[in-house]
Design a protein around this ligand. Structure first.
Ligand code: SF4
Length: 372
């Protein structure tokens, strides 16, 4: 790898989905150009890694802006980089926000991977999720990206939506598989504190599906995708061999990245910083001092080593504990007991790198917590 990866945050969406706790805001009435000015200023002041192994533009919905604004910020980013067509360059997009013109802009700027927020292929579930697109638009957007010659496409889905049956989830997967995607992300719906869904559930106005039904969906997903040659390589991520998202692997391997934009995180030389989340305060901070860092934490020694283990445990490749000890110059002998216990319970593989066994995937968070 040649240096830190690059993440850029575009925080605008058509509307705010009721389950979403990302740093994102409905675009209507927002000063998008003002935000892009601030983003450019931040990139100038802090300096963008010139040769990142991967780039990820996330949000929000990076494609909700106009084609001109899309071209503007992609141009601002690529002008600061050494051109490299082999570099993974992902942009997140939502079906309703994508047009042929915008896809052409992505292609022109070297984007070679699009991550489409499909979420469901059943209109009723899209409505429950508060999504503005319909199922038919997902296929349309998928075809548009493929036809433009953008080589890699991910589809994001959510299962465990209130009212969803296993048969409906299976049918959604079946349709998605028939499109031959390279990569699928399948997340269980989470009622994150602070979201509208969380409030509705607390008030008894939204009923989560039964835990055993959600578990059946979780298990079915892995089984069905494996048969289609799309393999789990992280708790919620599945890919054909070689099509894994390299940018996310940087996160899970506790690699370095530089993040720009409101609420973006960076992890450089053991220092993790987080930008101002509020759009006005972000722009003001960047105008004043060039950066907008609002939180900072140093991760060193054993704390960094444990974090590397927790992140690595999310992946099917797992983590080589001795390599982690060498990387951080620490002795993790204290963890041997925990590892032995987890092996005894059949939650992690009996030998080789520390990685989840089949039984461990479903309780991955609990297993990870034991290593913190
Ligand atoms: S489109 Fe995505 S980022 Fe935007 S509000 Fe919905 S879930 Fe959040």
């Amino acid at each position: 790898m040649t240096g830190p990866s690059l993440y850029v945050h575009i925080p605008f969406c058509e509307t705010k989905c009721p389950y979403c706790d990302f740093n994102s805001f409905a675009v209507l009435g927002r000063d998008v150009d003002g935000y892009l000015d601030a983003l450019r200023r931040e990139m100038d002041a802090r300096g963008v890694p010139g040769d990142p192994p991967t780039i990820f533009i996330g949000g929000g919905t990076p494609t909700v802006v106009t084609p001109e604004q899309l071209a503007r910020y992609l141009g601002d980013i690529t002008a600061r980089l050494r051109p490299d067509p082999a570099r993974e360059f992902t942009v997140e997009a939502n079906p309703g926000s994508l047009t042929r013109e915008k896809v052409a802009v992505l292609k022109e700027h070297g984007v070679n991977r699009v991550s489409l927020g499909a979420q469901s292929l059943v209109d009723r579930h899209l409505a429950t999720l508060g999504r503005v697109h319909r199922a038919a638009e997902v296929e349309e957007a998928y075809r548009m990206v493929r036809e433009a010659g953008i080589p890699r496409v991910n589809l994001d889905f959510i299962y465990g939506v209130p009212g969803m049956t296993l048969a409906e989830w299976a049918a959604t997967l079946e349709t998605a598989i028939s499109w031959r995607p390279d990569h699928l992300s399948c997340y269980a719906l989470i009622f994150e504190p602070g979201t509208e869904f969380h409030a509705r559930r607390s008030a008894g106005r939204l009923n989560p599906i039964a835990e055993d039904r959600e578990l059946a969906m979780f298990r079915y997903t892995e089984r069905r995708l494996r048969r289609a040659g799309i393999l789990r390589y992280e708790i919620s991520n599945f890919a054909r061999r070689g099509e894994e998202c390299r940018h996310n692997l940087v996160y899970w391997r506790n690699g370095e990245y530089a993040g720009f934009g409101a609420g973006a995180f960076s992890y450089l030389q053991g220092r993790r910083t987080g930008n101002e989340r509020h759009l006005g305060r972000y722009a003001e901070a960047v105008r004043g001092r060039g950066d907008a860092i609002a939180t900072e934490e140093r991760l060193e020694g054993e704390a960094a080593a444990r974090e590397t283990i927790v992140l690595g445990l999310r992946t099917s490749e797992g983590v080589d504990v001795e390599a982690v000890e060498r990387r951080y110059g620490v002795d993790l002998g204290g963890l041997r007991g925990t590892i032995g216990r987890m092996r005894g319970l059949g939650l992690v593989a009996p030998d080789g790198p520390l990685r989840l066994a089949r039984r461990g995937w479903r309780v991955a968070d609990e297993v990870a917590a034991a290593f913190l």
